[in-house]
Design a protein around this ligand. Sequence first.
Ligand SMILES: Cc1cc2nc3c(=O)[nH]c(=O)nc-3n(C[C@H](O)[C@H](O)[C@H](O)COP(=O)(O)OP(=O)(O)OC[C@H]3O[C@@H](n4cnc5c(N)ncnc54)[C@H](O)[C@@H]3O)c2cc1C
Length: 450
Amino acid sequence: MESAKNLPVAVIGAGPVGLAAAAHLLERGLEPLILEAGTSAGAAIEQWRHIRLFSPWRFNIDAAAVRLLEASDWESPRPTALPYGGELIDNYLAPLAAHPAISSRLQTGARVIAVTRAGLDKTHVRNRDTTPFVVRVEHTDGETRDHTVAAVIDASGTWATRNPLGTSGLPAIGEDAAAARISSPLPDVIGRDRARFAGRRVLVVGAGHSAANTLINLADLAKDAPDTRIVWALRGDSAAKVYGGGDADGLPARGQLGARLRRLVEAGTIELHTRFGIAALNTLDSAVTVEAVDGRTLKADIVVPCTGFRPDLDILRELRLNLDPAVEAPVDLGPLIDPEFHSCGTVPPHGAKLLAHPEKDFYIVGMKSYGRAPTFLLATGYEQVRSVAAALAGDREAADTVHLALPETGVCSTDAGTSCDIPEPVLVGFPTGLTHNRSGGNLTKETTHS
Ligand SMILES: Cc1cc2nc3c(=O)[nH]c(=O)nc-3n(C[C@H](O)[C@H](O)[C@H](O)COP(=O)(O)OP(=O)(O)OC[C@H]3O[C@@H](n4cnc5c(N)ncnc54)[C@H](O)[C@@H]3O)c2cc1C
């Protein structure tokens, strides 16, 4: 960053990790420019404010952010309580975003549409490392502006780019045309989105905790609105993994959720269809028909896609990235988090070194840094940005000394509770793999840890 010393560092996204990055940059004497597409900080979490986090407060807040907040009249939440997404916003992200040190550097309604080097496209190598970045931003006032910055931290998450319903990683034929009949990945079916679901035939697709939460909430809705029909389609052979280990589950909350779901399926409240890989959607006047690869069809008024997420790499097209070919995480991180092979154990602490790309002074952090892997935890992201801020400030030693306060992050989610060779997991986070689901894959292989 030497030649661009007086320029700010762009932080894309004012989610928990983007705001934490800003707090760490400030502590390092660097100037953050936080660009948030939504109308307020935590815009992605706002979409799932009705969902309770699985990790307690103490793992959900960043140390530098807390140091900023403690200088104000912020009331620190009880460390062991499990907040709802909405509480994470109201009691932490919103006060943090309102802190003058952050609010003066935060632009909302500012969607980053591209990042490049000033005057250089991707093919130009000369002086590349010392040339400032240009971040192109679409502002809600209708203007598109280029911001020149010294470095870029992409903390834009993955919420906006869900995996498609179709098998093979592509949208099912007719999926785009059926958009009006596909909800967001975690609709609040008993709250703000109730009217869209009450009395309807709802098809939930996916085998994760998002699916489980939505199905159970739909069953609650059906008590009040008995015409509501609940249909659940899975790609795998059985729902055993989602049911979890019941009473024997290492995570009591997950065990209860799974056991309740099983009872609802067994009672016929939820109609389950396994091995239902989706090939096509056909939009009718008043419904949508969803066709499986083997030709079976299901009719629904609305489809809830609990199929996981993937990173938006389009905005990074002009940068020299080095991504894992499978997971789309930074290349050295990919193998450590690939849920296809690393079902158990812990994600080692990591920072700037592991997150680096050939594009100097550019980092992807937070949920997006895990690419398609669903196992990201906030605490990991906070350590990432502490290290990245140190690296950008030239403090290599602090950047490379990564220490993560996650004693045990393994939370396995296999059919029988665990097939891992680690001891019973200690819950410090939550099995994000279960929660976000993955679009691909054989359920029996799909084990994750947080
Ligand atoms: C339902 C659910 C429950 C979870 N529970 C837990 C939990 O208990 N514990 C845990 O540790 N983790 C949990 N996670 C995982 C993860 O920690 C969260 O997803 C977290 O919100 C990730 O933070 P982030 O800052 O990386 O991304 P996000 O929170 O997604 O924030 C990204 C921000 O970037 C903005 N943005 C996106 N694109 C652009 C753009 N082009 N330009 C500008 N801004 C942009 C978005 O509007 C958003 O505000 C959960 C995830 C989900 C979905």
